[in-house]
Each structure stands twice: as C-alpha cells, then as structure tokens.
Ligand binder design. Structure first.
Ligand code: SF4
Length: 635
C-alpha cells in the first residue's frame, strides 16, 4: 500500500481528480482510499504540528506492514536555481528553528534531489544559512519535518519519500489553489509509477522471506510430530533446519538420514536423540550431491557513491575536498554528526549493499586502542588497533562488521592528523604494533582515500612502529611509489576461490590477490598470509589444501614473513545481528559452540580444519614458528 500525505486541499485535489478514491476515515483524520485499495491519501492540514499529529494518528489506526510506502507530496518554495514546477526527492529534511535533520534513505530513482527545510511560516526571504555548504538545491516547506518525525519512529527511512514540487521562489508570490493542483497533477504520473515499482520490489522481498519462514515452520512441525520438544529444543531445531536448507540440503535428504522413530514412551529422550542425530548429520554428511559451493554467481562491482554525507566540521578538510572531487555527481549532504546518519534505526542494509553511500566525518577522543582478544596478537607486546574507517566496500557474508554496525555505509574519518598525533605520543613511550585495517579494508579504498598511504608514510618515518595493513585487495598503486620497509606488513587474506565466489562479494579473485602479494613481497615489504577465517564448508579440508598449493605456485617460502591461521569465530551478539543482515546465508545459521560469548566450531572441528592447513603448509617448508594460530581457548 502506498500512502500519499499532502497538507492542503489543492494538493490533495490533484490526487483525487486523477484517481477514483473514497473517504474512509472521518473525525480528525482526513483519509481517502482508491477502489483497488492500494493507494491512500492522507490530508493533514497545513503546518508541522498538524502533519505530525495526523501521521501519528494514522499509524496508530493502521499498523505498518512490510510492504507499505509513504510519500509526503506537496508544493514548496525554491530559489532561482530550482525551476518552477520541477519535482524533487529530498535527501534530508531539516527543522528550521532547531536545525535538527532527518535523512530518508534514497535509492534508484529518476528525480533530481534537494535538501528540504521545514519552516513554521511561509518563507518569503531566502536565508544564507545553508547556501554555502551544499551542492544540492534548497527547498522550503511547512510540513515535511513533522511528517518525518512521526514516520521515522515506525517506518524504515528507505520507505519514506519527501517529494516536493517548486511552486514559488520564496519571494512572497504564491500560486493560486488551481495552480497548485495543476503543478502537482503534472508530476503525479512519474511519481506514482516510481512508487509502484518500489512497492513491487518490496513485495517480492517480503514474499521470499515469508515463504522461507513458513517452509521452515512446516519442517519443524513435521520433525516434532509424535515427540516432545521443549521451547529451547524447538528453537535449536529451527536453527538447524534453517542451516540445513540454506546449505542446500533437501527435506527428503534430512528426514531420510534420521533414525526411525521408536516406540519408546520417553518422548523427551527421543526428541533429544533426534535433535542430536540431525546436528551430527548436518556437520558430517558429505554434501557434494546436494550443495555446490560454486553455484552462486559473484556479485558485480559496486556503483560509485550516489550520496556523500559530510560533517559540517570537515566540509573544508583537504581529504573531504579530495573525495568530493572524485565523485562530482554525488549528492553532497552536510550533517552535524556522523551518527545522525550512521546510527539511524531501521536501515535497509540490503539496499545499502547495492547502492552504497559514504559518510565523511571527524573522530574525537581516544583513537588508538589495545587489540581485541578475538584478534591474533602475533606475540606483540604493544598490540594496538585503530579504526579510521568503519565499514568496508567489500561485502563478505561472514564479516563481523555486519554485527557491529547498524548499517553498511562506510564512515571515513578524515582527521588523520589527530591519529598521527596520538601515535607520536605512544611511540615516545614504547614501540607500537598497529593494525589499522580491521574495521575496513583500507587498501581496497586506496584509489579514492589517502588513509592506507598516509599510514604507510608515517610508518616509513617511524621505524619503531610496526604497521599491519590487512587486505583482500589487489590494488597497490600507492605502494609502488613508496620505498621498501620491513616494518610495513602487507597482510593478504586468502580463501579458496569457491569461497571467494560464494561469500566474499566484490573482492578480487584468488589469482589477483596472489599476484599482488608477490609484488609487495618482491618490492621489499613484509608479507603476511592470512588463512583466517577458515570456514567449515563442505569439503573444507580438500579445498584449503588446494588453496595452499595454489599459493605456493605463485609465492616462495622465502617471500613469506609469517602466516596467520584461524577458524571462523564471532561474538554471540554480532552473530545475532548477522542472522538478521544475512538471513539467506548458511554461515549465519551454523550450530556454533559458545565460549565466553564467542561463537566458534567445536574443538574437534577446529583441530581438524587447522591441522589440515598446517600440514599443507609444512609440505612447503613453512615452520611452526612462522605460523600464528588462533584457537577458541584464546577467546
Ligand atoms: S574484506 Fe574484511 S572487512 Fe571487508 S567485508 Fe570482507 S571481512 Fe569484512
């Protein structure tokens, strides 16, 4: 269902004239519905407060469904650079008095974008407050912020649209009611066709998820019939069946593998036994017949950033200016604090993956931290960690960042000078081993951001700093310009090509990573190979042994400084988030064990996986001294 929200009767008339609608709510709510019941029109009355009250009342009376879209449609004041009659989708909605802003999430659409300022009175004189800081046109209305405040409490910002048609240039010359109706009417067909298309996409997504959930519910019911499951056991069963189906097992394969039902009167005991049998089967069955890792095609490359949010504090920072120059067609939206956008609730992570935005910000407070226990410390005494970019342009299905952050939008802290000042102070006290590329892949972003190069240049000037740059990238243009330095450790993560294709979206191929690693080693940088995380997928041992062979077809043992080896692990809370972000990925539903809040494979499975990689490495004269292993006991 699409709800159009207008403020005044002449705006509403444009919709009522073109679509056959009947009034369905009386009293304080002025609501119309089309005969097909797929389109509604809410007329709020003028002003922010009326708009907020009407939308709040609507949401109370009509609960939001996953397929609903909301569009605040109306006229607005523009300026000399916004043609009369032009319709804009608004990328931000700001309350004029408080300067508080809300940010709808905008994805593929055919409209020009603008920033909208909601004022309490009609704007007749343009203020210069915002003009200097934006590349987007500024529009003025009297309702949108009220609508946004009410909607954003319940509705995903990707399902809220603010579409405004320029009716005057804020000079006090307002159009007649008939002219308002005509202006809106003209833009309506394109707007509605866009909204209907967006609704269809949403419906498809919701249907897929609902179908899957009901499939699992039916299987769970069948599995439990005749035996006695507690609520906890039922939850575990649902998790196992989700893992099974997401891994490609058929219902028949699962049920055939289970022991036959016994006539025992101990229904609970039998339930436990069947649950255990299911888990054993899923973790040990040869799955080649039902599950091919290479069936899922790799996703295509990212598009350039369409929206760049910039903290006002760093609008003039040289790094900001450099980034904006690289993306001249991006909509630049000034913000007060990166969290206003980054921490929005109910973000559409799936849409963010397909159409990424960027946030440029400044980081304050402590910027360098001690390393986390789930990270390998390589026996370094002063193992430190810093996060100058949060989120990654790659999209690995198992990535912990999806559990850590509320959205996929990368936040780039441009104030590198503050990071280096803090490092200066630390290095005066002791040597530092610093990992600067954990919460992002700095090297992958080195084509558009100076961060990777800046940290390397700092390391070149500070030999007591050992810098690790972890990457899956195959682009090292900046390293080619630098003199060799052993205190810069280029750490490449390698995975079997089947895993790259299925789970590491947008990342370069194994072959490309290997060639780049070779170049880094030959140039004279320290080279670390990371087989981390090793994933427990079908035929894992064979796949990782082949990977090691492929590595040594390109690299020699002498070129390798050391090796990091570890199985997949993730904090329990992050895994919960990962399941929401990647419900279709089998890795999110694996029956992990939990130690100190960290989810991991069983000790036996860890041992098997790690030993197989270790043995493959030994065959190439890599000694145990060169291999750093992460095991669950370290959590
Ligand atoms: S490359 Fe690393 S940081 Fe980026 S998505 Fe993959 S796992 Fe996450």
């Amino acid at each position: 269902m699409i709800l159009l929200i207008t403020a005044i009767t002449p705006e509403a008339n444009a919709v009522l004239d073109g679509y056959s609608m009947k009034k369905i709510a009386h009293g304080s709510l002025c609501l119309y519905e089309s005969e097909q019941e797929t389109l509604r029109l809410l007329v709020t009355g003028p002003g922010k407060l009326s708009a907020a009250m009407a939308v709040t009342e609507y949401l109370t009376r009509y609960p939001v469904s996953d397929e609903d879209l909301f569009c605040n449609l109306g006229i607005c004041g523009g300026s000399s650079d916004t043609p009369l009659g032009e319709g804009y989708l608004c990328a931000s909605v700001t309350e004029a008095t408080t300067e508080k802003s809300l940010y709808p999430e905008l994805y593929s659409h055919p409209f020009p974008e603008a920033r909208l300022i909601t004022s309490d009175v009609p704007v007749t004189v343009l203020s210069d407050n915002y003009k200097h800081e934006t590349t987007l046109p500024l529009l003025y209305d009297m309702e949108a912020y009220g609508v946004a405040t009410a909607l954003f409490r319940q509705v995903l910002p990707s399902r809220c649209f603010f579409y405004k048609v320029v009716s005057d240039v804020c000079d006090g010359n307002f159009p007649s009611p008939e002219a308002v109706t005509a202006l809106i009417k003209k833009t309506l067909p394109l707007l509605l066709s866009f909204l209907k298309e967006a609704e269809q996409i949403l419906k498809k997504r919701t249907t897929e998820q609902t179908d899957f959930t009901s499939r699992i519910q039916t299987m769970t019911k069948d599995f439990m019939s005749g035996v006695s499951f507690s609520a906890t056991m039922e939850r575990k069963l649902t998790g196992l069946l989700t893992y099974a189906i997401r891994s490609g097992f058929t219902k028949e394969a699962i049920f055939d593998a289970l022991p036959k039902r016994s006539d025992t009167p101990h229904k609970k005991k039998e339930a436990l036994m069947r649950l255990q049998a299911l888990e054993n089967f899923l973790l040990t069955a040869p799955k080649e017949d039902s599950y091919s890792l290479s069936t899922k095609p790799k996703k295509t490359l990212h598009r350039p950033f369409r929206h760049i949010y910039v903290e006002r504090e760093v609008l003039q920072h040289p790094v900001t200016r450099g980034v904006l120059a690289r993306f001249p067609s991006a909509s630049v939206i000034p913000i007060t604090h990166y969290k206003d956008v980054f921490n929005r609730s109910k973000q559409d992570v799936q849409a963010q993956e397909n159409e990424p935005s960027l946030i440029l910000a400044s980081n304050h407070g402590t910027l360098i931290y001690p390393g986390a226990p789930v990270c390998q410390n390589f026996n370094e005494t002063h193992f430190m960690y810093t996060s100058c970019i949060m989120n990654c342009i790659y999209n690995c299905d198992y990535c912990y960042l999806q559990g850590m952050y509320p959205g996929k939008t990368p936040v780039v802290f441009v104030n590198l000078e503050d990071y280096f000042a803090e490092l200066d102070a630390l290095l005066k006290k002791h040597p530092v081993y610093l990992c600067c590329s954990y919460d992002s892949d700095l090297t992958a972003l080195s084509g558009i951001l100076p961060h990777a190069e800046a940290f390397c240049r700092y390391a070149l000037e500070h030999p007591t700093l050992r810098l690790e740059l972890r990457t899956k990238s195959a682009a090292l243009p900046f390293l080619r310009q630098l003199p060799a330095a052993k205190n810069i450790i280029m750490a490449f993560t390698f995975s079997p090509q089947e895993i790259i294709s299925r789970y590491e979206h947008y990342t370069p191929s194994l072959r490309a990573r290997l060639n780049t690693a070779k170049e880094a080693a030959q140039k004279g940088f320290s080279l670390r190979l990371c087989f981390d995380p090793v994933l427990d997928v079908p035929n894992a041992e064979a796949m990782y042994s082949t990977l090691v062979e492929q590595v040594f077809e390109v690299l020699t043992p002498e070129e390798i400084t050391d090796i990091s080896l570890g199985v997949f692990r993730l904090s329990k809370d992050y895994l919960k988030q990962l399941k929401k972000a990647k419900p279709a990925c089998a890795l999110s539903h694996y029956p992990y064990e939990v130690t100190n809040g960290v989810c991991h494979y069983s000790a036996m499975r860890c041992e098997q996986l790690l030993t197989s990689v270790q043995q493959a490495l030994h065959r190439h004269k890599i000694s145990d001294d060169q291999i750093f292993i992460w095991t669950p006991e370290e959590s």
